[in-house]
Design a protein around this ligand. Structure first.
Ligand code: 13P
Length: 252
């Protein structure tokens, strides 16, 4: 079954409002209304309204990098899914390995956030991936399987259709080391098998992105794999030329 490729730029903690709007204007011009690949960018919270405005009329969609699971209340420093929807966000990255490593994110908080994102009518991009030590110990599929099951626990299959998965091996993030196409495809196929267990036929329509040192030089080959349906791009998404080249790679 043909799945539309989905490429999302995760800008992490980079760019002022002026830099962010300048970048998306360049991206919008570069794509020139071409919507064959689904494209999104995830700026820092402070840039979301300005980037939404800069993207008006363009097929590029807005994503956020994180969310809190409650809608409102005494949760100092947090941002909720309805507030993200309010400024034009369509996708929310949940469970990024940097959140898991540095900010105490667990499969349980991921599950709560996924529920909150879906309840607000938004689409979660759920990140999973093993540490280098886990891969070396032969535990990759166990770890990733536990993260997928934990993060999606209890979701009805109709709702699962709105979810995107992102397989990001932690050892490949920001290191310049990319998983080989075979390593990526193996894990992606395993994730899809779990999605099939959880949701039946809907698994065939769920996009599974690869993330971890995706660059113009390796993007096309990675996304040529049967179960690699796009990319979640960090460093290379900060430059219009590189990000546009990666999006082009999804078409080959
Ligand atoms: P890099 O592309 O910089 O390795 O980051 C990947 C990532 O974490 C995207 O979410």
């Amino acid at each position: 079954m043909a799945r539309q490729k989905f490429v999302c730029g995760n800008w992490k903690l980079h760019k002022t409002v002026a830099e962010a709007t300048a970048l998306v204007k360049e991206l919008a011009e570069g794509l020139a209304g071409d919507a064959r690949v689904q494209v999104a960018v995830a700026p820092v919270f402070t840039s979301l309204p300005a980037v939404a405005q800069a993207l008006a009329g363009s097929p590029i969609q807005l994503a956020a990098q994180d969310v809190h699971w409650e809608t409102q209340g005494a949760f100092t420093g947090e941002v909720s899914a309805p507030l993200l929807a309010d400024v034009g966000v369509k996708h929310v990255i949940v469970g990024h390995s940097e959140r898991r490593q540095f900010f105490g994110e667990t499969d349980e908080t991921v599950r709560k956030k996924v529920g909150a994102v879906l309840a607000a009518g938004l689409r979660p991009i759920v990140c999973v991936g093993e540490l280098l030590a886990e891969r070396e110990a032969g535990r990759t599929l166990d770890v990733v399987g536990r993260q997928v099951r934990g993060g999606l626990a209890g979701l009805p299959s109709a709702t699962l259709a709105a979810v995107t998965l992102a397989y990001e091996p932690v050892w490949a993030i920001g290191t310049g080391k990319t998983a080989t196409t075979a390593q990526a495809q193996e894990v992606h196929a395993a994730i899809r098998a779990i999605l099939r267990e959880l949701g039946g036929a809907v698994a065939d329509s769920i996009r599974i992105q690869y993330g971890g040192s995706v660059k113009p030089e390796n993007a096309a080959e990675l996304m040529s794999q049967a179960d690699v349906d796009g990319a979640l791009v960090g460093g290379a998404s900060l430059k219009a030329k590189d990000f546009l080249a990666i999006v082009k790679g999804a078409l080959r």
